[in-house]
Ligand binder design. Structure first.
Ligand SMILES: Nc1ncnc2c1ncn2[C@@H]1O[C@H](COP(=O)(O)OP(=O)(O)OP(=O)(O)O)[C@@H](O)[C@H]1O
Ligand SMILES: [Mg+2]
Length: 308
C-alpha cells in the first residue's frame, strides 16, 4: 500500500513535482503517465526513499519514506531509469550478490527462478558488459523482484525490449499485481491499457487525471466522433456541416478529411450523408471513430489542466 500526500520536490527553485497526492492499494497496478520531464522519475525516487521530498509525506506499507527509509527500502523492489549493473560480474553472480544484500532465503533456487522469469537462464554465465540492451533491462527487472518485494516500483520497465519480451514482461508484471503493489511509468499507452488497473496522468509536475483507463476514455468521449472524407471545398464544408443540429464540432484533419463530433446522444451520419448528396460534394468515406487512450493523453497534456 502506498499513500502519498502533497508531495513536492524542488530542484533549486524549480518544482519538479507539486502537491501530488494519491493512493495505491495492495494488489493494484498503477500506471504513471506523462510527457518527458513531467516528474515520474522524481516521484518514484521519493517513494523508494532514494531522495526526500521537499514537502509532503509518503507512506509505503505504513512506513514513512523519510523517517523509516530502511524499512521502506526493505519492502520495495525498484527498477530505476538506468539500473546500476556491474559490467565485470556475470549475470548470476550479480543477482546472487543482490539476493545476499537483500537477505533472500533459499538463494540459489530463488536466483535461478528469477533468471528464468526474465528469460535470462541461458545468459547466467555471461559477463554483464556483454549483454544486449534488452538483456540488461531484464536483469534490472530481475534485481527488482529477486527478493519478492511487497511493493514494486518500475521506471519504464519495457523500454528497449523486443515485442516478444515486452509481452513476457507485461505478463510477469500482471502476475505480480494482485499480490503485490505495483507502480510503473511508461510512455506506451497500450501498456497502460493492458496491465494497469488505474492511471495517473502527470503533466508539469501536477496530476491532471486519475482513473481507470476505460473511464478516462469514457470521460473524454463526449459525443460520438465521425470521420468524413469528401471532395467538397473545405471552407464551405466546415461551415455547412457546423450548421447541422446533429453536429456539435467540425475539425479539418487534412485537405479532404474532416472529423465531426455528434451532438450528445445523436448519430450524425445520416444527416451528414444526406447533406453531402444534396450538395453534390462527392462522398469518399463516412465512418465513426473511436477514441484511444492516446487521444486522452494528448488532450490532457496539451496545456496545463489541473485535477479539481
Ligand atoms: N537531478 C536533477 N536536478 C535538477 N533538475 C532535475 C533533476 N532531475 C530531474 N530534474 C527536473 O525535474 C523535472 C522532472 O524530471 P523527471 O526525471 O522526474 O521527469 P520524467 O517524468 O521522469 O521524464 P522522462 O519521461 O523523460 O523520464 C524535469 O524538469 C527535470 O529537468
Ligand atoms: Mg523518467
Amino acid at each position: 500500500m502506498i499513500q502519498a500526500d502533497h508531495l513536492t520536490k524542488y530542484y533549486g527553485h524549480q518544482a519538479a513535482i507539486q502537491n501530488l497526492s494519491f493512493h495505491v492499494a495492495r494488489g493494484e497496478i498503477l500506471g504513471l503517465l506523462g510527457p518527458n520531464g513531467a516528474g515520474k522519475t522524481t516521484t518514484m525516487r521519493i517513494l523508494t526513499a532514494y531522495m526526500p521530498p521537499s514537502e509532503g509525506t509518503a507512506l509505503v506499507n505504513g512506513f514513512d519514506v523519510f523517517h523509516d527509509s530502511l524499512e521502506v527500502r526493505r519492502r520495495i523492489g525498484y527498477l530505476p531509469e538506468s539500473a546500476p549493473l556491474y559490467p565485470d560480474m556475470t549475470v548470476s553472480d550479480y543477482l546472487n550478490y543482490v539476493a545476499t544484500l537483500r537477505k533472500v532465503n533459499h538463494r540459489p533456487k530463488q536466483v535461478c527462478e528469477t533468471l528464468e522469469k526474465v528469460d535470462l537462464g541461458a545468459q547466467r554465465n555471461l559477463l554483464i558488459g556483454k549483454l544486449s540492451k534488452g538483456m540488461r533491462q531484464r536483469l534490472g527487472i530481475a534485481q527488482a523482484i529477486v527478493h519478492d518485494p511487497e511493493v514494486l516500483i518500475l521506471d519504464e520497465p519495457t523500454i528497449g525490449l523486443d515485442p516478444r519480451q515486452i509481452m513476457a514482461v507485461r505478463k510477469l508484471i500482471r502476475d505480480l499485481g494482485g499480490k503485490h503493489t505495483v507502480i510503473l511509468s511508461t510512455h506506451l499507452l497500450s501498456e497502460v491499457e493492458q496491465i494497469c488497473s488505474r492511471v495517473l496522468i502527470i503533466n508539469k509536475g501536477q496530476i491532471v487525471a486519475e482513473d481507470t483507463p476505460a473511464n478516462l476514455i469514457l470521460h473524454l468521449e463526449g459525443g460520438e466522433r465521425v470521420r468524413l472524407k469528401t471532395l467538397a471545398a473545405p471552407a464551405d464544408a466546415v461551415n455547412t456541416l457546423r450548421s447541422l443540429p446533429e453536429v456539435s464540432q467540425v475539425c479539418q484533419i487534412d485537405a479532404d478529411t474532416f472529423e465531426l463530433e455528434c451532438s450528445l446522444g445523436l448519430d450524425c451520419r445520416l444527416a451528414v450523408a444526406q447533406l453531402v448528396v444534396e450538395r453534390g460534394w462527392g462522398l469518399l468515406e463516412l465512418r465513426t471513430v473511436s477514441i484511444s487512450l492516446e487521444d486522452v493523453f494528448l488532450e490532457l497534456t496539451a496545456d496545463q489542466q489541473v485535477r479539481q
